[in-house]
Design a protein around this ligand. Structure first.
Ligand SMILES: O=C(O)CCC(=O)C(=O)O
Length: 300
């Protein structure tokens, strides 16, 4: 073990998530805020989401409302180096082993007063792999408490089935808790000060509510997997050749031998009419979930 102790590793294996409070130094948090401000300026030119930024439904160029900064690792040297730093890869290696490939990254903005919910889902439903040594590390840049939309998880759900993320046979990326026999009161909220990191297993059922508080909740997710977990279908990873795929290695050695585990898989097909970001995909679901801004009847 490089970074985590045996108790933390066991807790992750049992519960499917882990929180490392105040894990990052203040200097990194300050730099992250400066980078977010720099990348956000692009939204002033947008009337709709593009390949760099996903905007809220209520966005206008005059009053920009960013929902997500896409692929911050590609847009920012700083976020790229943070992903490759020991702050992130130290704990990741303790959970996934020495050989790790990156999958994707995204910075969910969840801004004060209107930041969109992310409906209940399991990442593995979006991108099944040949084994489930697949996880997401959430990096928290603002203090998170119950008011500003903490990530919520169902402990132990990573050991269960891949739940139904379809509506009328079409993949819409959201789970109905009641149908799955679950009660939101049994979910755990991952709160903590800026600089905290969360780690959740790709099969852990999770989501987060609308942010109606006066405080932003900006959180970056680095998603990665053991090098021998190969995508089955629906992965965000696009590659033309094995050489290009191997360029995604974050540490250790690549392999050409997928490890096949006996795990539940559901294929995220057919994709919905609009197969963009998770927000766009889930907007096509008719399932009950967290209230949206429109549903709360709030001023938009
Ligand atoms: O931002 C959040 O709270 C949840 C993020 C998430 O699960 C996702 O973007 O897939």
């Amino acid at each position: 073990m490089e970074f985590l102790n045996a108790q933390q590793v066991n807790r992750y294996r049992e519960d499917g998530y882990l929180v490392l409070e105040a894990h990052l130094p203040q200097g990194i948090i300050d730099q992250a805020h400066a980078e977010i401000a720099r990348l956000s300026a692009h939204a002033e030119k947008l009337v709709e989401s593009d390949e760099l930024i996903d905007v809220e439904q209520s966005h206008t160029p005059e009053a920009p409302r960013i929902r997500r900064i896409k692929r911050p690792d590609l847009q920012s040297e700083f976020f790229n180096s943070l992903m490759r730093s020991e702050h992130i890869l130290g704990p990741a290696r303790d959970l996934l082993g020495p050989n790790i490939r990156m999958h994707t990254a995204k910075l969910n903005m969840k801004k004060a007063e209107y930041g969109a919910p992310v409906q209940w889902h399991q990442d593995f439903a979006f991108y099944p792999h040949t084994n489930d040594d697949v996880l997401a590390i959430g990096v928290v840049f603002d203090d998170i408490n119950m008011e500003n939309g903490p990530l919520q998880v169902f402990p132990g759900s990573h050991k269960g089935p891949i739940l139904d993320h379809h509506d009328d046979g079409v993949f819409t990326g959201a789970v109905d808790l009641a149908t799955a026999g679950l009660n939101i009161d049994d979910a755990t909220s991952l709160t903590g000060p800026a600089g905290t990191i969360t780690i959740h297993h790709a099969r852990t059922l999770h989501g987060s509510a609308l942010n109606q508080s006066q405080r932003d909740r900006q959180m970056l997710f680095y998603e990665m997997m053991a090098a021998d977990a190969f995508p089955v279908m629906g992965a965000m990873t696009r590659f033309e050749s094995i050489e290009q795929y191997d360029e995604l290695m974050l540490c250790g050695e690549p392999t050409k031998q997928p490890r096949l585990a006996e795990i539940p898989v559901r294929i995220p097909q057919p994709q919905p009419a609009m197969a963009g970001s998770i927000y766009e995909i889930q907007a096509q679901s008719g399932k009950a979930g967290y209230a949206t801004l429109e549903e709360t009847g709030q001023k938009i």
